[in-house]
Design a binder for this molecule. Structure first.
Ligand SMILES: [Zn+2]
Length: 342
């Protein structure tokens, strides 16, 4: 199956009432883990690269690795998505490389450090939508601003500071024509998402404004919503890291029940990066700790790839995308242009 536009994958997910995981990649092993997980669970999947990832891998490597995955998994609908594009130029570069979907995050200014005005967000998003749609490429936008920092992108906000205002969503959607909307409901990027602790200083899960999802979905039911910063940071994975020489602090991520609550109310794309990083690193630490004599990278990258695959399979099952890879015929960007954007 060729790459598909994200809009198709999200529309099908809406019909089926499930969510689709969007997993971040930087290297071959991560891409292979995601595609293996998709094949084994028969899941459509979104593979996404941030600007930081594209810089790390020098763009063309990552793009060609994803294309290898597409070639190897003809039965799986795969979206190649740019995560947190900061301006039209970055989005154009990704589209030129063959990305079938881009995110323009104009909730922050171009340097990704300050909260931008609503009008700036609308105008910048609109310019990307016009360009991308003329080529059949899907666009995710963001309204409200997320907490935390991801690959240098983020204003170091607290997760609860700039929540999406449901009163702005209809106007934003009408003015920009985006295909999906990332909402700020109290999640943040990274491993340290929570501001809440019990009386013994043990971390509690972050408080999410789930009622906003419900409200936004009610106002614009046809707009697929996106949850960023949705790693659950499972204690058992953190424990592996720490058992084998790591030093991650006590933390809590987003409980799967909260994500599933969102999926029942219009969330169709769920971004997961941190959990994969922890699973991957934990597996590497274990090998190096237990077998210090080893020096062949394959000895630790293979178990890391395996650990990541198992993690992603469990997410695919929990989000509900498992079993849906064969539900529909893929469309091309040309088809998308005629179907949605002309
Ligand atoms: Zn994000």
């Amino acid at each position: 199956m060729p790459l598909v536009p994200m809009r198709q994958v999200l529309e099908e997910a809406a019909k089926g009432g499930y969510g689709v995981g969007a997993f971040n990649v930087n290297n071959m092993e991560q891409i292979q883990a995601i595609v293996e997980a998709a094949k084994e669970t028969r899941s459509p999947v979104i593979i996404q690269a941030s600007r930081g990832a594209l810089q790390y891998s020098r763009m063309i490597y990552l793009r060609n690795l994803i294309m290898a995955a597409v070639e190897e998994a003809p039965e799986i609908p795969i979206v190649m998505h740019l995560d947190h594009g900061n301006n039209l130029k970055t989005c154009k570069e990704a589209i030129a490389l063959g990305f079938t979907s881009v995110m323009i995050d104009a909730s922050l200014t171009e340097n990704g450090q300050e909260v931008a005005s609503y009008n700036y967000n609308v105008a910048t998003t609109r310019s990307v939508v016009e360009y991308a749609h003329s080529l059949g490429v899907s666009v995710e936008a963001e309204l409200g601003a997320l907490g935390g920092i991801e690959d240098g992108h983020g204003a170091n906000l607290r997760g609860d500071e700039h929540l999406t205002d449901p009163n702005q969503v209809e106007d934003f959607y009408k003015k920009t024509g985006c295909d999906a909307l990332a909402v700020a409901i109290g999640t943040s990027h990274g491993a340290y998402k929570t501001l809440r602790y019990d009386k013994d200083h043990n971390p509690l899960p972050p408080a999410l404004a789930l009622d906003r999802i419900e409200e936004i979905h009610k106002r614009v039911p046809e707009l697929p919503l996106v949850m960023h910063g949705s790693s659950s940071v499972p204690p058992e994975l953190v424990e592996i890291v720490n058992k084998y020489g790591g030093a991650m602090k006590g933390t809590m991520g987003i409980p799967m029940e909260d994500i599933q609550f969102g999926i029942q109310r219009g969330v169709r794309k769920i971004n997961v990066d941190t959990d994969g990083r922890i699973a991957f690193t934990g597996a590497i630490r274990k090998v190096l700790w237990e077998s210090p004599e080893k020096f062949d990278p394959r000895d630790y990258l293979k178990p890391a790839r395996e650990a990541l695959k198992e993690l992603i399979k469990s997410k695919m099952i929990a989000f509900g995308q498992a079993g849906h890879a064969g539900d529909y015929q893929p469309i091309t960007l040309e088809d998308a242009k005629k179907l949605w954007y002309s």
